[in-house]
Design a protein around this ligand. Structure first.
Ligand code: GLU
Length: 409
């Protein structure tokens, strides 16, 4: 089962429990619109190269389509569809007035110069221009895209439509980005972890935390959880991982990461492979990279009490089942990493208001949304005697189905 099959399984289960009619269920299973584009650019060597990109809009019943843009060599329409669907449920759980979408370009950004990346992004903006807009579809960063990517999209879109900061979120602060957006996903993961630890009787003070992925989400999750009193005992990135049961020196890891783009060579504890990192005994395990990290092959090797999904779709359907049987709790992606899109919403609101909020206001509102979201999915899970993930899908489907029905066809 791939990520799309997995998310669709959860949708079918929830729709069945909620007794949604078949027509509505099939509407919620499939994207509203799928755009596949060719993006031709002239490389620095003068040669033409064509890249393939997608923007997939899953549902906009509760508000404009919303979701990130991923640059990765393995981007496919099936993956982007799954991620777009997850955005619909995510925005519903934290109750922000958006739907769900996702985009991507099949590209390894390491093989392109900065100027080539800029050309690629500007051309992509032009080809998706007819289907995006501040009240239609609002892109944002995701894997291997960042504030600079968003700045180019904002500039390119504004050339045709006039100054439009609300066309993307995750912009640099100097161009209308929000205070706190960079750290938001990680800080949200930490709030979700704190709430889950409380409900499952894990003391966050001194809790042993392992984080897979040391990009924007992983680093801010590590910093936030350390500040809440947890002990980060394992971290990793594509170059490998490090485990230190006395606690990783985060400041040193962040310095190395900032200087070299990787934690490769971190002299702090024991070097481990990705599989060893995941199998490290800990209280909280946080995947913060890509999909399909936990599968039926490794689910039995995981030694943790709680998994908090910083990444999107890190757990396959089969692994989820094994974790449930083993009594390992999971805070699902559609709540755990919703802090990013929540502060994207705050950014969009600030752009429309043409008024800036202070960091303390952003973070207080983020905390409130994450805490409310967590307790709402927990209440649903308890009502239906099921897992947090199933509770989350029940809550989200209920909200989206209601909006869809009320708007009519
Ligand atoms: N890419 C992020 C996510 O998967 C953020 C999306 C957004 O801010 O629109 O939630």
């Amino acid at each position: 089962m791939n990520a799309l099959d997995t998310v669709n399984r959860y949708i079918i289960e929830a729709a069945t429990t909620l007794k949604l009619d078949d027509g509505l269920m099939s509407f919620l299973l499939t994207p509203d619109r799928q755009l596949r584009v060719e993006i031709p650019i002239i490389r620095d060597n003068g040669k033409l190269q064509v890249f393939i990109g997608y923007r997939i809009q899953h549902n906009d019943s509760r508000g404009p389509f919303k979701g990130g843009l991923r640059y990765h060599p393995e981007v496919t329409d099936s993956e982007v569809s799954a991620l777009a669907s997850l955005m619909t449920w995510k925005t519903a759980i934290v109750d922000i007035p958006f739907g769900g979408a996702k985009g991507g370009i099949q590209v390894d950004t390491k093989t392109l110069s900065l100027l080539e990346l800029e050309r690629l992004t500007r051309r992509f903006t032009d080809v998706i221009d007819p289907i995006i807009g501040p009240n239609i579809d609002i892109p944002a960063p995701d894997v291997a895209t960042n504030e600079q990517t968003m700045a180019w999209i904002m500039d390119q879109y504004s050339r045709r439509h006039g100054y439009t900061p609300a066309i993307v979120t995750g912009k640099p602060i100097s161009l209308g980005g929000s205070e706190g957006r960079g750290a938001a996903t990680g800080l949200g993961v930490a709030f979700a972890t704190r709430e889950a630890c409380q409900s499952f009787g894990i003391d966050l003070k001194g809790a042993r935390v392992v984080i897979q992925g040391f990009g924007k989400v992983g680093t801010h999750t590590a910093i936030s959880l350390r500040d809440m009193g947890a002990k980060i005992i394992g971290i990793s990135d594509v170059s490998g991982g490090v485990v230190n049961t006395r606690g990783i020196d985060l400041a040193e890891a962040l310095r190395l990461q900032a200087a070299t783009g990787s934690i490769h060579g971190l002299q702090d504890g024991q070097s481990v492979s990705n599989a060893e990192l995941l199998a490290t005994e800990c209280d909280v395990l946080i995947p913060a990279a890509l999909e399909d990290v936990f599968t039926e092959q490794n689910a039995d090797t995981i030694k943790t009490k709680l998994i908090v999904e910083g990444a999107n779709a890190p757990t396959t359907f089969e692994a989820d089942h094994i974790f449930q049987q083993r009594g390992i709790h999971i805070v699902p992606d559609i709540l755990a990493n919703a802090g990013g899109v929540t502060v994207s919403y705050f950014e969009w609101v600030q752009n429309l208001q043409q008024f800036r909020w202070e960091l303390s206001e952003v973070n207080q509102r983020l905390e409130r949304r994450m805490v409310q979201g967590y307790h709402a999915i927990k209440a649903k899970a308890e009502e239906h005697r099921t897992t947090l993930r199933r509770g989350a899908f029940l809550l989200a489907l209920d909200r989206v189905a209601e909006a869809t029905r009320l708007r009519g066809f």
